[in-house]
Design a binder for this molecule. Structure first.
Ligand SMILES: *Cc1c(COP(=O)(O)O)cnc(C)c1O
Length: 382
């Protein structure tokens, strides 16, 4: 169905930071399949493990124990605040499950009749009916009414409106710590502090959507680590499986116990193949120097982007965290993205004036130089 405006490129192969089209043209991929191929394309470290699992068992349903799923759950809880994990197949499904869990916790564990979830303007939380309702952008909602009840949106990074954060019916607040699709907006630490404090004082759950920011994208394994607090629920997807479709909801013990047998489920969720990919991906990120190297790469990228800003008036600002960077321009960002594509560089948009730059965590100084050179030539000719 015509749900995408596809770029006129057909991709058939990938390796590291590069992809190739059917004619053999090579592109520098600074989209990482939308923050998904964080280890680069077809990383050996994941491929070897998935190939082994392909010989063993592909699927058996969640009616049985799955070793790679249990290992990935342990690894995720060891590497985060969480105690328990639910696996699904995508980001939207992870958020959908998180919303259900928050309500279930309020209504069964706490015994209240609270139901409301507060989210923020310009957020993006997915495309199911509940998650598009949670999303703070009108364009994803048009034509889908009636939308589920029980959602309210506040301005992001706005201290004053925090006065309205919590109402008697509020059970949870859900947010991204860097809004990805909505314009690459990092959360202001002071605002987050205040929000966390209010949620704690009022017994309201904090759900962090780490679907785009997680798995090392913003410099730490998860973005919340950079903010000095622990959420109650976190959702992860995109980068978790290196391209295999997997989502996860991670919660602390107290909250996780709201779900019992029959509360939620998924046929494919956490199957042997995707959890093998997830385990190999997470193990590599936590056991190697990749996060340190990604931090160095992002520092270099940011420095080079700011140097460009000095040269070209059309660049309004650079913002983001780690290797999730946005370049705000005074012209049509889509035109620049198309011109970069002509130079065999792939980047994304995040709204009409923001170019979203998502290199793999493994990107090198040489690749960043290649990217900056291409950007420079695009700005020189526009
Ligand atoms: C991509 C994304 C989602 C939705 O994930 P899907 O796998 O496309 O369903 C939700 N939240 C954020 C922050 C995202 O970036």
């Amino acid at each position: 169905m015509p749900t995408y405006n596809r770029f006129p490129v057909t991709l058939v192969k990938g390796s590291g930071s590069y992809v190739w089209d059917e004619l053999g043209n090579k592109f520098l991929d600074y989209t990482s399949g939308i923050a998904t191929c964080n280890l680069g394309h077809v990383p050996d470290i994941v491929k070897v493990e998935v190939e082994k699992q392909l010989q063993q068992l592909w699927h058996c349903s969640n009616l049985y124990h799955i070793p790679s799923q249990e290992q990935l759950a342990s690894a995720l809880t060891e590497a985060s605040f969480g105690d328990q994990v639910f696996f699904c197949n995508s980001g939207a499904e992870a958020n959908e499950a998180a919303l259900k869990l928050a309500r279930k916790y309020a209504q069964t564990v706490k015994g209240t009749d609270k139901f409301e979830i507060v989210t923020f303007q310009h957020s993006f939380h997915g495309r199911t009916l509940a998650t598009l309702t949670a999303t703070g952008q009108e364009k994803v909602k048009e034509g889908f009414s009636p939308l589920p009840a029980g959602f309210r949106h506040l301005p992001y990074n706005d201290m004053e409106s925090l006065d309205e954060l919590i109402q008697p019916e509020t059970c949870a607040v859900m947010l991204e710590l860097v809004q990805g699709e909505g314009g690459v907006n990092p959360a202001d630490p002071e605002w987050v502090n205040q929000l966390v404090k209010m949620c704690r004082e009022n017994d309201v759950l904090i759900i962090i959507d780490e679907i785009q920011t997680g798995m090392g994208r913003t410099g730490t394994l998860f973005a919340y680590e950079g903010y000095g607090f622990e959420p109650d629920i976190m959702t992860v997807a995109k980068g978790l499986g290196s391209g295999f479709p997997i989502g996860a909801v991670i919660a602390n013990e107290q909250v996780a116990k709201a779900f019992g047998p029959g509360s939620h489920g998924s046929t494919f969720g956490g199957n042997p193949i995707v959890t093998t990919a997830g385990l190999a991906t997470l193990t590599h990120i936590t056991n190697s120097s990749i996060l340190t190297e990604a931090k160095q790469a992002s520092a270099y990228l940011i420095e080079q982007l700011f140097a460009l800003k000095e040269q070209f008036d059309t660049i309004e600002t650079i913002r983001g965290k780690g290797l999730l960077q946005g370049m705000v321009v005074k012209e049509e960002a889509a035109t620049i993205v198309a011109k970069l594509r002509d130079q065999h560089i792939l980047v994304l948009l995040a709204g009409p004036s923001v170019i979203r730059i998502l290199p793999p965590l493994t990107t090198t100084k040489e690749e960043i130089d290649q990217f900056i050179t291409a950007l420079k030539s695009v700005f020189q000719t526009s």
